[in-house]
Each structure stands twice: as C-alpha cells, then as structure tokens.
Design a protein around this ligand. Structure first.
Ligand SMILES: O=C(O)CCC(=O)C(=O)O
Ligand SMILES: [Mn+2]
Length: 203
C-alpha cells in the first residue's frame, strides 16, 4: 500500500544470526494523525521498589483474538484492529513475507517520554522473534547494547522508518528509547509481533 520499495538502505547485520536492519523512508506517507486519532491510549503504572509510577509513555495493544502478551507484569489483552493498524499489518506482512498477529503501540508525547533498556524476549514471542518496528513522527534515538557489555551503538529512528530486529538479536542485545532534553514533537512507534500459541485468557 504505502511502501516505498526502492528505498532499502542502511542494512546492518550484527553477530551471526542477530539481525538489526534499519530501513529509512519505508513508508511514503506518515500515518501519525490517523493513528493518534484511532488508537485508544492508556497510561499504565509500574511498581519499582514498592513505589508506583506512571509509565513514561502511553501505550495500546491490538491483535487477533487470544494473542495476549505480558511484559513488566502488565497483561495486554488485544483490542480489535483499527483500520489503519490493519492496513499497516497487511502491507508489512506482504513486504516481509511474515505474519504478525499483534502490535504494541507506544506514544511519546515529548522528550521526557522514553523506554528503558529491555529485550523483547518474553516466552510468548518464541525463541527468535521477528519484530517489525515502525516509527512515525519525531526522530528519536534508539540505543542498543550487548548483554556482555562489549558493544554499544545508537540509531536515530526517523518518521516513516522500519527497524527489523530478528534472529538471536533479543538474546544478545538490549534496547532502549532515549530521553532527550531537546524540544521534540509527538512520536508513535508500533512493534508488530507474532504471539505464539494464542489463548483466550481466563480472567
Ligand atoms: O519506541 C521504540 O522505538 C521502542 C519500542 C520498543 O522497544 C518496544 O515496544 O518494545
Ligand atoms: Mn522493545
């Protein structure tokens, strides 16, 4: 649909079977307005050392029925795909030849909103998850460090870009979305995932 197939640049492969591939200008048109209007945002709280804090960003989780996903103790039961999310999923599956049954969406309103170091290594995603991370809006800095502490690098994620993390990347590296003191506009990031063994969770 909106994919710019000519612009396949900036491919980087890390260690054997740990893939980090950055594709700028992957989409021809920013979908930030449509996404911001359609998505039902929420701001979760997390408990750190007994203290309850607001998560420093807003989130939402959409997916097929039963594709529930738990991270940082937060249970994400999927909402029904919106028209824009469905269209993005379809075009990504078509371009990458892979299926995605869920998407975690993050909304960074300003430079104070961020995400700490983590790996997307939850059991529900299987051993070698393919994560397709689409960014719309302000450019923000994505930080990567290897678990053994030997490698560190950063990649600016621009409007309309796609970042693919695949193979053993989540085993060897952790990633974060840095805070910034610069004045930055809204950014929306979508990480498309394939949740294995979808189950309807009993409440
Ligand atoms: O906003 C980003 O680019 C990072 C998102 C991310 O790492 C996640 O949703 O797990
Ligand atoms: Mn992540």
């Amino acid at each position: 649909m909106l994919i710019n197939r000519k612009e396949v640049l900036g491919i980087s492969l890390l260690r054997e079977d740990a893939h980090f591939i950055y594709l700028p200008n992957f989409y021809v048109k920013s979908m930030i307005r449509e996404l911001d209007d359609e998505i039902a945002w929420r701001q979760d709280t997390i408990k750190i050392f007994g203290k309850t804090n607001l998560l420093p960003r807003q989130t939402a989780y959409y997916g097929d029925k039963g594709a529930s996903y738990v991270y940082s103790g937060i249970v994400n039961d999927p909402q029904v795909w919106t028209p824009t999310l469905s269209a993005l999923r379809l075009s990504l599956s078509d371009a990458l030849g892979a299926d995605f049954n869920a998407v975690l969406v993050n909304r960074y309103a300003d430079g104070s909103h961020h995400m700490g170091y983590h790996a997307d290594d939850e059991a529900e995603l299987g051993l070698s998850p393919l994560i397709a991370s689409l960014s719309f809006g302000a450019t923000r800095r994505f930080l990567v460090k290897s678990c053994d502490g030997r490698e560190r690098f950063a990649q600016d994620l621009e409007d309309c870009s796609l970042l693919i993390m695949a193979g053993s990347f989540q085993h060897h590296y952790r990633h974060a979305l840095a805070k910034t003191k610069r004045q930055v506009d809204l950014r929306i990031n979508l990480t498309f995932r394939q949740v294995l063994n979808p189950k309807v969770r009993k409440i």
